[in-house]
Design a protein around this ligand. Structure first.
Ligand code: MG
Length: 344
């Protein structure tokens, strides 16, 4: 286990004594270093968070509550209270108490009333813009391995996506021209969000390192993914916006068993995948233990955990009708919400 000092050093948080400030909004693509917060590195608890596209280039935190959605940036400014302004800042700074103080104050302040928004009026931003790593696990459901005629793997097959692939709830994925790819397919997946630096973590402790979970889609171009006999999967997985995530980040305490969640995919209203994470070959704990044996997982890193059967690739050849511009895809996972996106 890393010491607190070495942990802070590896996550770049050694700037002692500075509170995460309610400073200027983050412009698109700008990476603000997370600041160290005095006190323990806290994981978010009892929180359902989303990202608000502010329309000025900033994608900042919203907190979903009974009363609506709290615009964290606006409340922080109105009340002059510092708080993490993005999910990544929250996870990297470990300043959950700063956010909780702001929520508490905004719940009882007439001044902060205008910071409460109606969820239906929010334009969603990306929950993640600069994760340190996007790790993907392939072939992780028993029936899915069977449908595409592959043997169950001995260890989790890993590949990756890059940050260019990250996309928001309600986004439009621009499909590449026909010369590049034509065989587009959905993969609804549980996304694990890491909250604490994890290195060589035993299975029994692995869930302690999880900040929360999201609904995600490992959108894929099968012709690129399977172009080489040696299976260079990555190229078919990380085209621009091929990793929509959302609408929510749900803290881990609200999801007691990530290995028993129902998942569903609908294409233009038709159910295509309907299964459960209970069919995982490698469960959440095993994935984290295996990955952290090879490299350090850090706060804000995300893990795509594989998709169940029902993908187009698994259909008999004559029934494979690939996704096309105009299609609307919905990925839903129990407790985590419905991710929607369309193709253009
Ligand atoms: Mg996948």
């Amino acid at each position: 286990m890393p010491t607190r000092r070495s942990f802070l050093a590896t996550t770049g948080l050694v700037t002692a004594g500075v509170l995460a400030g309610a400073s200027s909004p983050l412009a698109a693509g700008e990476q603000k270093p997370a600041k160290h917060v005095e006190g323990p590195h806290e994981l978010p608890r009892n929180l359902t968070l989303l990202s608000i596209d502010q329309g000025d280039g900033a994608e900042t935190l919203g907190v979903k509550m009974g009363a609506g959605v709290l615009d964290v940036r606006k409340a922080s400014r109105l009340l002059s209270m510092p708080a993490p302004l993005t999910l990544e800042e929250l996870l990297k700074s470990g300043n959950a108490s700063g956010l909780n103080r702001l929520i508490e104050a905004a719940s009882h302040s007439a001044k902060a009333k205008v910071a409460w928004l109606e969820e239906s009026k929010i334009r969603h931003g990306r929950l993640f813009t600069h994760p340190g790593k996007i790790v993907c696990v392939g072939l992780n459901y028993r029936r899915h391995a069977k449908e595409i005629g592959m043997k169950e793997p001995r260890v989790p097959p890993l590949f990756n996506k890059f940050n260019n692939a990250l996309a928001a709830h309600n986004c439009t994925i621009p499909l590449p021209p026909k010369e590049i790819a034509t065989k587009f397919d959905y993969e609804t997946e549980l996304l694990i969000v890491i909250g604490k630096a994890a290195r060589n973590v035993p299975e029994a402790e692995a869930l302690n390192y999880v900040a929360g979970y999201c609904t995600a889609n490992d959108f894929s171009a099968r012709d690129l993914q399977l172009e080489l006999p040696s299976s260079q999967w990555m190229i078919g997985k990380t085209l621009d916006k091929f990793a929509p995530i959302g609408p929510y980040f749900v803290s881990a305490d609200l999801v007691p068993d990530p290995n028993n969640l129902k998942l569903e995919t609908r294409v233009n209203g038709e159910v295509r995948q309907s299964w459960s994470t209970s069919d995982f070959i490698f469960n959440t704990q095993q994935m984290i233990a295996y990955i952290s044996k090879h490299w350090t997982l850090e706060p804000g890193d995300i893990i795509f955990t594989g998709t169940p059967h029902g993908v187009i690739l698994g259909y008999p050849k004559e029934k494979q009708v690939w996704l096309k511009a105009g299609d609307e895809i919905v990925s839903s996972i129990e407790k985590l919400g419905e991710l929607k996106f369309r193709l253009a």
